[in-house]
Design a protein around this ligand. Structure first.
Ligand code: APR
Length: 192
């Protein structure tokens, strides 16, 4: 049976069992969810893009915590958790996506791995809701449509197996990113 699709403005929701995948256009630092995902680097050294925005909004306690708990950083294709400082969320999951090198250097597996580890961390930390940015699609150069495919397939497969977290939201910064994710999510509902 096709799951219901609800679209209003730049928001789209699709139910998978008891769980919801939601796409919105906006800023991830403002999300009222249990956990937000950061697009970090493997040194957890901070940077620009969404990483810079999250650390600026959360305050210095987050970098202090990641420096203390993860002095070795985090490998590409995985993620580590911290508290969320001044943000409305309880946790930040710092995910390290791959740098795009043409697609034949294991990029899809690494993007999926980072995404899946965030979902596992959400379950381990009893998060009912989590918000992702479009990991790797900025400085790391992953093509938006291919990133949307990997990320959404990862979430759909995880929800079908685990039935949690109850809400997985992708917060897309631009209309173009929103459109790319919406096209992929819509195509998934056809084959569901
Ligand atoms: N909210 C949501 N999405 C955002 C925000 C924001 N506030 N700011 C930027 N984005 C979007 C970008 O438009 C892009 O689509 O997040 C996506 C990921 O882009 P980057 O932040 O450049 O992340 P990534 O491509 O994974 O590169 C990671 O960049 O900032 C450094 O330290 C980071 O070295 C790491 C690298």
């Amino acid at each position: 049976m096709r799951p219901p699709i609800v679209e209003e403005g730049n928001a789209m929701r699709v139910k998978f069992g008891d769980c919801l995948i939601e796409l919105v256009q906006g800023d991830i630092t403002l999300q009222q969810v249990d956990a937000i995902v950061n697009a970090a680097n493997s040194q957890l050294a901070g940077g620009g893009g969404v990483d810079g925005a999250i650390h600026r909004a959360a305050g210095p306690s987050v970098m202090e915590e990641t420096d203390r708990r993860y002095p070795e950083g985090c490998p590409t294709g995985s993620a580590v958790a911290s508290a969320a400082g001044h943000l409305p969320a309880k946790y930040i999951f710092h995910a390290v996506g791959p740098v795009w090198r043409g697609g034949t250097s294991g990029e899809p597996g690494h993007l999926r791995g980072a995404c899946q580890r965030c979902l596992e961390l959400a379950v381990e930390h009893e998060c009912e809701s989590i918000a992702f940015p479009a990991i790797s699609t900025g400085v790391y150069g992953y093509p938006m449509d291919l990133a949307a495919q990997q990320s959404l397939e990862c979430v759909r497969d995880f929800l079908q197996t685990h039935q949690q977290p109850k809400l997985v939201r992708f917060v897309l910064f631009s209309g173009g990113a929103f459109g790319a994710f919406a096209r992929v999510l819509e195509s998934m509902t056809d084959s569901h």
